[in-house]
Design a protein around this ligand. Structure first.
Ligand SMILES: Cc1cc2nc3c(=O)[nH]c(=O)nc-3n(C[C@H](O)[C@H](O)[C@H](O)COP(=O)(O)O)c2cc1C
Length: 205
């Protein structure tokens, strides 16, 4: 598949079919993920593949996703926001628990931090985070190439999640990514149209 096709195809999906994703596809996507640029040339990333229900339920509990509001209560919260953003949140928020439960696999991407996030003072200190996101994009594009999609969920209670998954203390979690084949019920959300001319600046702003 052409690169452009995979880029066009990739989208966030939160509704998954009850269908296994072959391990070859996951391995291919991880292999490509490791080809991303990394700030110190070391590619200090790891992938945890979660299959069992017990671990998924522990993640949901750690993140308090059981307590998430229904769509009805959310309407007023996003009343004043741009329609396109409101539509995304109204679709996404009620699905945070279900997407972890229903995804055939949940991938946790781990990275080695250069500076602890709380100690970071400059963007430069977050180079490790920038690098792992380049890795995540390669991963998502490679899955999209095989009609497998995901949603990047960033945990709030990272220390508890690390404990549940037995992630070594010196490492951090970049994202929890439920992945699978798109269910027919998945809503296709409108994307913001970008005026490229206005976004490209030559020599200076
Ligand atoms: C850093 C980051 C954090 C995100 N966090 C969440 C999240 O917690 N829950 C969720 O459902 N989607 C999350 N998303 C997915 C975004 O909502 C999605 O990427 C955005 O709406 C654009 O849609 P697209 O990915 O289909 O282009 C996150 C995306 C990024 C890049």
């Amino acid at each position: 598949m052409e690169l452009r096709d995979a880029i066009e195809k990739r989208q966030t999906i939160r509704d998954f079919q009850n269908m296994e994703v072959p391990r070859d596809i996951i391995n291919y996507a991880i292999e490509n993920a490791f080809k991303a640029p990394s700030y110190n040339h070391l590619r200090e990333w790891d992938f945890i593949i979660i299959k069992n229900l017990e671990s998924k339920l522990s993640l949901i509990k750690a993140e308090n996703l059981d307590k998430i509001s229904s769509k009805v209560g959310l309407e007023s919260v996003f009343e004043k926001e741009a329609t396109i953003m409101k539509e995304m949140y109204l679709d996404a928020i009620p699905k945070q628990k279900k997407m972890i439960l229903n995804a055939p696999l949940v991938i946790v991407v781990v990275f080695k931090p250069k500076t602890k996030v709380l100690d970071a003072k400059k963007i430069y200190d977050l180079n490790c985070l920038a690098s792992v996101w380049a890795c995540i994009e390669n991963f998502l594009l490679s899955l999209a190439e095989h009609d497998v999609f995901g949603v990047t969920y960033i945990p709030q209670n990272i220390e508890i999640v690390k404990e549940i998954l037995r992630v070594p203390d010196n490492l951090e979690i970049a994202a929890i990514i439920p992945i699978g084949y798109r269910d027919n019920s998945a809503k296709v959300l409108k994307q913001k149209t970008i005026d490229l001319i206005g976004r490209i600046h030559i020599d200076n702003w």
